[in-house]
Design a protein around this ligand. Structure first.
Ligand code: ADP
Length: 246
């Protein structure tokens, strides 16, 4: 039987000049789970995602994704294993259309070798349209990405990751700067994504966290302070003291 655990982080530590930004941290994310990581500034949330996607190297501990140990793998290999990461600032091609942005992110187009022989096939077009529909941009396929609203740009970038078919999607404050309607649609999108993938999100917007989180992990000083359902987390006295009470 397939293990329900998709990502197992154990004893993860990273030191910057002796300062432990992530300190003996363990975290387990299940398949089809939306996990939200919260905590005060400097708690180590971004560093945790950087470690998982290979941008930062761990000093100690392990990150197991399915059966693969990620701590020694290069960033592109980690993407290949099925881990997609979206940063806060969108990295889309503003002068290209929505269609072209999605098409370029299609796995075959990613390498120089692949792009030399890249041909638009009916299968690629169908996949681009399917993703565009998911991210509410099916009426904007021929629009320049630069003309999209801030929220639509965030969705496009999520679509550019989805087209690569990751099993784990990591998002850093996806609704920052979004309108209320865009925020609601993003929650709906993440709920749909988690029917067949896991999502690991850093978020400060507690209303949004309540809408999406299956489980919440609270970080403080590089360690897990609390973990559980949002209802319980909100009542946790230590969490209120270091984070929610502010
Ligand atoms: P959060 O995302 O929770 O706000 P970060 O992961 O960005 O926290 O940072 C955790 C701590 O690690 C902070 O004190 C930050 O200054 C420090 N830190 C992060 N990256 C580096 C780095 N490359 N070099 C030195 N210190 C760093």
């Amino acid at each position: 039987m397939t293990s329900p655990i998709l990502l197992a982080v154990e004893g993860l530590t990273v030191s910057f000049d002796g300062f432990k930004a992530v300190d003996d941290l363990s975290l387990y994310v299940e398949r089809n789970e939306v996990r939200v990581v919260i905590g005060p500034n400097g708690a180590g949330k971004t560093t945790l995602l950087d470690l998982i996607c290979g941008k930062t190297r761990a000093t100690d501990g392990s990150i197991k994704f399915k059966d693969t140990e990620l701590t020694r793998l290069a960033e592109d290999k980690i993407v290949h294993e099925g881990v997609g990461r979206k940063f806060q600032t969108p990295s889309i091609y503003e002068n290209l259309t929505v269609f072209q942005n999605l098409e370029l992110s299609y796995p075959k187009g990613r390498t120089v070798f692949g792009s030399l022989f890249f041909r638009r096939t009916p299968a690629i077009t169908a996949r681009v349209k399917e993703i565009a529909e998911m991210i509410y941009l099916d009426d904007d396929l021929e629009k320049s990405a630069g003309l999209l609203s801030h929220g639509q740009k965030q969705w496009l970038e999520i679509g550019m990751l989805l087209i690569q078919d990751p099993e784990l999607l990591m998002l850093d404050e996806p609704v920052a700067g979004m309108s209320v309607v865009e925020r609601e649609r993003t929650a709906e999108l993440l709920n749909r994504i988690s029917t067949n993938r896991s999502v690991l999100v850093i978020e400060h917007d507690m209303d949004f966290v309540k809408d999406i989180a299956h489980k919440v992990t609270v970080l403080h000083q590089g360690k897990v302070l609390a973990e559980g359902k949002m209802d319980d987390i909100q009542k946790n006295e230590r969490v209120i003291e270091v984070y929610l009470g502010h």
